[in-house]
Structure formats: C-alpha cells, structure tokens
Design a binder for this molecule. Structure first.
Ligand SMILES: Nc1ncnc2c1ncn2[C@@H]1O[C@H](COP(=O)(O)OP(=O)(O)OP(=O)(O)O)[C@@H](O)[C@H]1O
Length: 269
C-alpha cells in the first residue's frame, strides 16, 4: 500500500470479493487508474478514481469530483453509442469518485510509433516507402477516430498519442503487453490494430469549429514533439479527418488561424 493509498484508501468497489486485486497503473495529480475486474473475474476493467483533495474545501471538492466523473462518463457513453472508438462505461459512482470502464488491451499509440521508428536516442530504423505506408495507415486510423469524435459533437481537450491505445484486432495481444518491433515481421505488425481514444477527463460537448481546431492543434503540437521523425506525415491524419467528417473544411480553415496565433505567441515568447 502506497502512502497515497493509506491517506485515501481505494474505493470499496475495489476490495469487493468479485474484484481481482487492483493493480495501480498510473497515479496522476488528479486521480489514479487501476486495472481490476468488474462483475466477472474474466472481465478486465479500468477503474478511474479521483480521491478527495485535502487542500480543497470538502463540500466544493465533493461537488467538483462528482461533476468531473459524471461529465467523463456522459461523454464516453455518448461516444460509445455513436460508434466512436472509446472504452465502454461499465459502472460509476460519481459521489464516491470512481468510474469503471472497459479495459483496452494493447499499448498507447505513442509507444507503438516510437518502437516502430526506433529508439529516439539511436539511429532511425531504416524505412522504405512500402514500410512507411504502414505508419501512414496508422495515421489515417487516428484521423478517422478523431473525425468520428468531432462528428459526434465532442472535443477531447487533450489529444495526444498517449491518450490513444492501439488495440490488437482479435486476440493477438503480445503476451507481455510490449509492442513488437524487434524483428522485421514484428515491425510490420507493431502498427496494426484499432485506435481507441482514452482519457476524457478534459472532454467537452462542443460543435464549434474553433474548439475542434484547437483539439487538432493540440494533437499536431504533441505529435511533432513526441514523434519528430514522423512529423512530416501528420498531413495523413488531417486528410483522413477530412474524409470522415464532412464539416472538416471549415475546421481546417480555423486550424490555420489557430496555428498563426500559436506562431505569434511563440515569437512573443
Ligand atoms: N480504458 C483503459 N484501458 C487500458 N488502459 C487505460 C485505460 N484508461 C487509461 N489507461 C491507462 O492509464 C493511463 C492513465 O489514464 P488516464 O489518462 O485516463 O488517467 P489520468 O491521466 O490520470 O486522467 P486525467 O487526465 O483525467 O486526470 C493511460 O495513459 C493508459 O495507459
């Protein structure tokens, strides 16, 4: 048990006899993410728990936590209903600060891309056009997922390749959960799978071109800094976004303005 667990023990749902012993996956400033099971010991689930914040007034803290958990669940449910690739919501108790959702197998897209590109410190893995097509294909799947999200009237608020999972199709999950990139065969397979968007903690319902353009801009900036070697391929995401979402042209025009503002800001320091 960590010091944080001692201060605010995990919610009772995690110690219910039907749950498997929870594994703490991440501990962020706002919350913790556990891997456990829900209802059946064979049904893995991701449980997001927002513990009380001792520095906030308890009444305000309770209200904020409840509102955030409910908002995240509502957005996820809306996306799920409309066929956007997101984890399904299994259960929640907003007042107790937790949300249980489908566990997505696979690795974050960030990890898959960087493993495929080769160790950032070392030499870039050699690629020919045919191999590069595998990466472009993944970029298209990202563009499609974001296009579907925006079509639904949701903006994510923190689009990065860490907030997308690459779920292997069928049951071909690598046993250790690591991306397969060591062999040529593994390398080809490392980029296969379905892109699933996660972490809707900052998501909002919005139909505005400006909000959608900012969502794309955040992704563009994050992509350039996380995958500088693949930055020149970012256009494939936007091309597929345009194919998936019919209102894309006005969003992409706005994206030009947002980029311009970004450049001005960085010139001013
Ligand atoms: N449904 C899921 N299935 C599998 N892994 C998940 C799932 N949700 C989250 N994860 C893993 O847990 C990590 C943290 O999750 P998430 O980003 O939602 O939490 P957080 O950053 O603490 O949330 P917030 O930004 O709302 O405070 C993710 O990067 C991912 O590796």
């Amino acid at each position: 048990m960590t010091a944080a667990d001692k201060q605010f023990p995990p919610p009772p749902i995690l110690t219910h006899p039907s749950a498997s012993p929870p594994i703490l996956v991440t501990q962020g400033a706002e919350g913790r993410l556990y891997k456990t099971t829900h209802l059946l010991p064979t049904l893995p689930c991701a449980l997001k728990y927002r513990p009380p914040k001792p520095y906030r007034h308890p009444a305000l803290d309770a209200r904020l936590t409840r509102a955030r958990i409910s908002a995240e669940a509502k957005v996820l449910e809306r996306c799920w209903r409309e066929g956007v690739p997101v984890p399904a919501v299994h259960a929640m108790d907003a007042a107790a600060g937790w949300l249980a959702m489908e566990w997505i197998e696979g690795v974050p897209v960030r990890v898959a891309i960087n493993a495929w590109l080769g160790d950032a410190e070392g030499e870039a893995a050699p690629t020919n056009e045919k191999q590069e097509e595998d990466l472009v294909d993944l970029m298209r799947r990202i563009g499609e997922a974001v296009g579907k999200l925006h079509k639904t009237g949701v903006v994510h608020g923190d689009l990065t390749t860490s907030n997308m999972m690459l779920r292997p199709r069928g049951s071909g999950t690598p046993a250790n959960g690591e991306p397969e990139a060591a062999t040529q065969d593994g390398r080809a397979k490392a980029l296969e799978g379905e892109v699933v968007l996660i972490d809707f903690g900052l998501a909002t319902q919005s139909m505005s071109d400006e909000d959608r353009a900012v969502d794309l801009y955040v992704l563009e900036r994050a992509f350039a800094s996380t995958h500088p070697r693949a930055e020149r391929l970012f256009g494939a995401i936007l091309d597929q976004y345009k194919t998936t979402f019919k209102k894309a042209p006005s969003v992409l025009a706005k994206l030009e303005d947002v980029r311009m503002r970004g450049r001005k800001r960085s010139m001013l320091g």
